[in-house]
Design a protein around this ligand. Structure first.
Ligand SMILES: Cc1ncc(COP(=O)(O)O)c(C=O)c1O
Length: 502
């Protein structure tokens, strides 16, 4: 049985102007709430005194209605728990869907929705996003997170809450957190910024949404990496912009190809430190070309620096933003990889002259980020735990990545080519035989293997492969997970005579 909140008053409107007796009105309202599932079995209902006072009647009709509901078995009395909705109600009596869920009447007339929603893909169509198996992309090694310490900081902040901290926070995020982020970015990522330019957001996904609303119009063309990060493309499409795929090679986004294709694009979305999904690092010359293009064509660059803290064979690469003397780069970062994704905290670094614009849009969107975890996070960073955690995780992820690369080459050999393993928490394997990656990923999800197919990352001509996350996969899981992948790829029955896969 689902856990249900207790003592919450259902909407019971009594109307004294109608002839129906008050006790009957209360009885009918409760019965309806139980039958259509708004009140669930086991849920406690308010005492007669509380209900009478809430709906402004004497206790008598309430007592009367409760007695009737008890007698008919809708309610039961439990010692020490008061009156609850009967736990023995037959399933057919209570709807499994709460009211408000889509009980669409057959003839309810046209139900128009905005034209833009069909441009988006449904998560249900991508079972690899829903499965909780090895190689889940974006999963961190949460068992290594200093939870005890984190809980201590939460408790301390909670005890210190007052009327001011419970009120609306700063629209662009807490001053303390913005200052710590600004100094971290200056040192660790060579970002040129002051705290005034930092805006705390609900993950980098929100950063993209805000930046799009501020900088782009419906119909604007935006360079996106090909292959690239699908959720970024979706933000642009949702806002009526046209993503223009620009190929990625060993040096990152091919700027010359972008210029040939669409010189006048209004913006470029790039992941230069660790291209998603191929994992290449954008070369210095490409970075300079990109910045130069943005300056001459009056375009913007959105730099998504989502996992650059973890580099294994060299020092972290400086940000693109730090190279740009013309303030054309909007820098986006996230705590989803360095801490954990459910925190939903990320940040934007905004060119100084655009700060007000970003604030105006943000105000309308959500009045700013929730304040509590910002304060906890600011403490976590200031007290040195953040830097220590990154150092520890870099070592751990480095070992996981080496173990995975070794296993892949030992067990899959020439079936795949491993790319993009120098940084981050995922790598990509390119399939050498044109096997349909989506079909394999769907089957893998059913076998508790959470691999992302590569082909949906392309807008145009696709290549087949898989994105494998190793952050949340343990050393002991890797061998069996790679074996499982090999078995999936080796299912020869699906190979057709022309070399393609059924
Ligand atoms: C390219 C890229 N950017 C950003 C993110 C993180 O997004 P968020 O900060 O909204 O969790 C991810 C997560 O997988 C990603 O792959």
């Amino acid at each position: 049985m689902k856990r249900v909140a207790s003592g919450i008053l259902p909407i019971i409107a009594v109307d004294r102007t109608i002839s129906k007796a008050l006790n009957r009105q209360i009885y009918d309202a409760y019965r309806a709430a139980i039958v259509d599932g708004r009140l669930r079995p086991g849920q406690r209902i308010p005492s007669t005194r509380v209900l009478a006072s809430e709906i402004g009647v004497s206790r008598f009709p309430v007592l009367n209605a409760y007695a009737q509901l008890l007698a008919e078995g809708y309610l039961e009395s439990r010692v020490g728990a008061g009156t609850v909705v009967s736990s023995s109600l037959p399933d057919q009596l209570t709807s499994s869907q709460p009211t408000g869920a889509p009980h669409v009447a057959a003839r309810s007339g046209p139900r128009p929705v905005a034209r833009r929603s069909p441009v988006l893909s449904r998560a249900e169509a991508m079972p690899w996003l829903l499965s909780w198996g090895a190689f889940r992309v974006g999963q961190v090694a949460f068992d290594q997170f200093p939870l005890h310490l984190w809980s201590g900081l939460i408790a301390r902040r909670c005890r210190g809450m007052d009327a001011q901290s419970a009120h609306y926070g700063n629209l662009r995020g807490s001053q303390a957190l913005r200052e710590t982020i600004a100094s971290y970015l200056k040192i660790a990522r060579s970002v040129r910024c002051e705290a005034e330019q930092v805006m705390i957001v609900n993950g980098s996904q929100q950063a993209l949404e805000i930046a799009t609303r501020v900088l782009l119009n419906s119909g604007s063309q935006v360079w996106v990496e090909e292959p690239g990060y699908r959720l970024a493309r979706d933000v642009f499409a949702l806002n009526g912009c046209h993503p223009v795929p620009v190929s990625v090679d060993v040096e990152g986004l091919d700027v010359a190809a972008g210029i040939r294709k669409c010189r006048k694009a209004r913006a470029a979305f790039v992941t230069p430190s660790h291209q998603f999904p191929l994992g290449v690092t954008m070369s210095a010359s490409r970075r300079l070309q990109l910045v130069e293009w943005a300056q001459t064509s009056g375009s913007w660059i959105i730099e998504d620096d989502y996992d650059s803290e973890y580099r294994y064979e060299s020092l972290p690469i400086a940000s693109l933003q730090g190279l740009d003397a013309h303030s054309r780069v909007i820098y986006v970062g996230t705590f989803s990889k360095v801490l954990f994704p459910s925190l939903r905290l990320g940040y934007l670094v905004i060119p100084s002259d655009l700060v007000d614009r970003f604030h105006m849009i943000r105000r309308v969107m959500d009045l700013g980020p929730p304040t509590f975890y910002q304060d906890v996070l600011a403490d976590f960073i200031e007290e040195g735990h953040f830097a220590r955690h990154i150092r520890r995780m870099r070592v751990l992820y480095g070992k996981l990545r080496s173990a995975l690369v070794d296993r892949l080459s030992r067990d899959l050999g020439s079936m795949v080519e491993v790319v993009g393993d120098e940084a981050g928490m995922h790598l990509t394997v390119m399939l050498q035989n044109g096997r349909p990656d989506v079909e394999v990923a769907e089957r893998a999800a059913r076998q508790n293997l959470s691999i992302w197919p590569l082909s949906p990352s392309y807008l145009g001509e696709t290549r087949q492969g898989f994105i494998l996350g190793f952050g949340g996969t343990t050393m002991t899981e890797i061998p069996s997970a790679v074996r499982k992948l090999r078995n999936l790829l080796a299912t020869k029955s699906a190979l057709l005579s022309d070399g393609t896969w059924s």
